[in-house]
Design a protein around this ligand. Structure first.
Ligand SMILES: Cc1cc2nc3c(=O)[nH]c(=O)nc-3n(C[C@H](O)[C@H](O)[C@H](O)COP(=O)(O)OP(=O)(O)OC[C@H]3O[C@@H](n4cnc5c(N)ncnc54)[C@H](O)[C@@H]3O)c2cc1C
Length: 483
């Protein structure tokens, strides 16, 4: 059931899931499918976490925050753990474009097309391209040699900055990877995309999340929105439930947190509850960077030409991690939403510009400086978009911008991290239940487990752990009642 604002769910639950990002949602769904008594708590007024949307101008515009593209694997995940209807709405993005001082190219973002472009346009020998792809295909966690992305590109393409840009820039936007991050995390995500191209949910994030919400309720999962979990209750070494911000306690045999890894460990549980070695390693986990976005609504009746749905646009002469994160916004991605994004609503065009950003560049500004920076981002987005699709600027009748502070405010991610933590966060997240009985984490960590597909799949992986734990708990109870 969906609890009303003033209703209080009554425990004990088998599991309480804190946060309804795609990892939390999918974990809750899988456990609900297994017959577990599940309560999903979300602080925001809607489900989805980053998979979210908002309306402006009395609903004239609907903007999607993170519906830009994900690998085909999302279709299988949705069919298996959600519904056929949701999976059927996942369709390929028709064109991906790159416009920067080094090249102007269009691709369907598949291995075949990338190979063609690398050979014909960048003049890389075919053998080199083939060995690069086969190297990626053979990468796995167990044989990981610690190579960085920078080293990977150097190994195959020497100092070809243009080739590095072509291979890495889209993945930087997909999960915040940098040249210094482990190549394994790049290799897995890039190969996922290369298998069949980039996909999107046609119908819009609002439709997908509404279907997920209804499906969760049908499965028997309890949901409560507007509910901030302040504390995860631990007694001895055993998870007992959660305490909400109004002081209400809800008991549960297990808790799975979809909240930021740092917040879960340091804020909701507290440093004193962990063993020293684990907490020290957790302290070392670096957060990923954040994002800025500019949302541009096209006036009713106006149209945009078909220039592709995803445009990686940059005015930076060469590619570098620093330039990508710079507040100068030399580089941004335009997602162009045509009426086919929401086929059930006619005549809807919108463009969203996304750029990677550092929280530190936004955190300590005066109100006036903050406003000025936002205006700068808006101006940058409008003027660059006008170069890509001349005449668009005058068709825009609504514009707004978000910053790392907006991300932090709405998702509670420390420092507005858009893609969770760096690679070292993965074992900390995965092994949480080995430190405290009945406490699990699922959500963007380690680059690989972030993005729509990574988060949803991680929710499934962790649901197995929760299920095994609950089985063991029931087994113990059975044995002790028999005795
Ligand atoms: C600008 C931007 C663009 C992106 N573009 C893409 C893209 O094109 N393709 C792609 O695949 N991915 C994209 N992503 C990333 C992707 O959206 C995320 O990686 C993924 O959705 C994260 O899911 P999650 O399960 O980790 O949880 P999140 O989405 O982070 O959700 C966590 C939820 O937990 C809730 N919560 C936290 N703490 C508490 C608490 N104490 N009590 C109650 N609730 C709490 C939050 O309110 C939130 O709803 C983008 C992200 C951003 C920011």
């Amino acid at each position: 059931m969906l609890f009303k604002k003033k209703e209080t769910p009554k425990g004990p639950y088998d599991v309480i899931v804190i946060g309804s990002g795609l990892a939390g949602l999918t974990l809750a769904k899988k456990l609900g499918m297994n017959g577990r008594k599940v309560l999903l708590l979300e602080s925001h007024n809607k489900l989805g976490g980053f998979a979210t949307w908002f309306r402006r101008k009395q609903g004239e515009h609907i903007f999607d925050v993170s519906l830009h593209g994900f690998p085909i694997g999302m279709k299988k995940t949705c069919r298996k753990y959600w519904t056929k209807e949701i999976a059927d709405q996942i369709k390929q993005v028709n064109k991906v474009r790159f416009i920067n001082p080094q090249y102007n190219l269009e691709t369907d973002f598949t291995k075949e097309d990338y190979t063609r472009i690398l050979v014909e346009h960048f003049k890389v020998p075919r053998d080199t391209v083939e060995s690069f792809f086969s190297y990626l295909a053979n990468m796995n966690f167990y044989d990981d040699d610690g190579m960085t992305n920078g080293e990977l590109f150097k190994k195959f393409f020497g100092d070809r900055n243009d080739v590095t840009r072509f291979l890495l820039e889209p993945i930087v936007y997909a999960n915040g990877s940098t040249l210094e991050d482990p190549a394994i995390s790049y290799g897995i995500v890039f190969s996922n995309f290369m298998s069949k191209g980039v996909y999107i949910y046609r119908g819009g994030t609002d439709q997908m999340i509404t279907q997920m919400r209804d499906n969760l309720i049908e499965t028997g999962v309890d949901i409560k929105l507007h509910t901030f979990v302040e504390e995860i209750l631990i007694e001895g070494n055993q998870t007992r439930g959660v305490k909400l911000s109004d002081g209400t306690v809800i008991e549960a045999h297990a808790v799975a947190s979809n909240s930021n890894l740092h917040n879960t460990i340091f804020k909701m549980v507290g440093e004193d509850k962990w063993n020293k070695e684990y907490i020290e390693k957790a302290r070392q986990v670096r957060l990923n960077t954040s994002s800025c976005q500019v949302f541009m609504g096209i006036a009713p009746g106006e149209t945009l030409p078909d220039v592709g749905e995803l445009l990686f646009y940059s005015e930076d002469e060469t590619f570098s991690t620093d330039a990508l994160l710079s507040p100068k916004v030399g580089s941004q991605t335009f997602s162009v939403y045509h009426p086919n994004t929401r086929p059930h609503l006619s005549d809807r065009y919108a463009v969203v510009s996304s750029s990677n950003a550092r929280y530190e560049d936004w955190a300590n500004l005066t109100d006036a400086e903050y406003k000025e920076r936002k205006e700068y981002n808006i101006e940058r987005a409008l003027s660059c978009l006008d170069k890509v699709i001349p005449g668009t600027r005058k068709k825009v009748n609504y514009v707004d911008a978000s910053t790392p502070l907006t991300v932090e405010k709405y998702t509670h991610h420390k420092k507005g991290a858009s893609f969770g933590t760096k690679f070292e966060g993965l074992p900390i997240s995965m092994n949480m239940h080995k430190e405290i009985d009945g406490l699990f984490h699922a959500g963007s960590v380690g680059i690989i487990m972030s993005g729509w597909l990574g988060a949803a799949n991680y929710g499934v992986i962790q649901s197995h752990e929760v299920d095994n734990y609950l089985d063991r708990l029931e087994g113990h109870k059975e044995i002790s009642t028999q005795i």
